[in-house]
Design a binder for this molecule. Structure first.
Ligand SMILES: [Zn+2]
Length: 201
């Protein structure tokens, strides 16, 4: 069996599938659905106090309901816009994992003056452009840099994909994650079992 034949994974290299029309279309559909959900959520947040005012006897006056609805919807809108902006600012990069460490981060003391710690999973990366980067995660899910990337792995980060990490040597992957919906797939699969998008091979 040649290297190329194994699970349909080609020899080490960057995938040419990222520009595949099915992936591009799938990501666009996902983006539109996210916008649609956001709009529905914000409109519902605005309408809820008004509905309470209308249907719950002796609850809040209509004028107050409009005010509350406006404030809640406004806060949600700002949060959504900031999250979208933060995501849009994420830049792609290429690098190699140099180290991985579990670290405890000291959280701000609460009102009682108690100190708490949050566990962080930190993946240290040497960038191909020079310089270093830390990928900090607070959970160790399968679909995270912490679980997916090993020390020594060369990889690319594609911020627009549902699962953003691409290994240079994909034969090292234990599983594949869909670029469009993020679903876990076996390495033998060619397309996602959930949304049928081509997997990054
Ligand atoms: Zn999928």
């Amino acid at each position: 069996m040649t290297y190329e034949e194994k699970n349909g994974i080609p020899a080490p290299g960057w995938s040419e599938r990222l520009e595949h029309p099915d992936i591009v279309a799938g990501l666009e559909k996902r983006r539109k659905r996210a916008i649609g959900c956001g709009v529905v959520f914000i409109v519902l947040a605005f309408l809820t106090p008004i509905a309470i005012s209308l249907f719950v006897k002796d609850s809040i006056a209509m004028g107050e309901a409009f005010k509350y609805g406006g404030v809640i919807a406004g806060v949600l809108l700002v949060c959504t816009a900031l999250t979208a902006l933060a995501n849009a600012c994420k830049k792609p990069f290429e690098g190699e994992v140099t180290d991985k460490k579990e670290e405890l981060r000291r959280s701000k003391s609460d009102k009682k003056g108690e100190v708490s710690y949050t566990k962080e999973y930190v993946t240290y990366v040497k960038l191909s452009t020079g310089g270093t980067k830390k990928i900090v995660e607070t959970t160790a899910r399968d679909a995270s840099a912490w679980k997916y990337l090993k020390v020594g792995d060369r990889f690319r980060f594609h911020p627009k994909l549902a699962f953003p990490y691409e290994l240079y040597d994909k034969s090292k992957a234990e599983k594949l994650f869909c670029p469009v919906c993020g679903k876990e797939n076996p390495v033998e699969a060619d397309r996602c079992k959930k949304c049928h998008a081509p997997l990054v091979k």
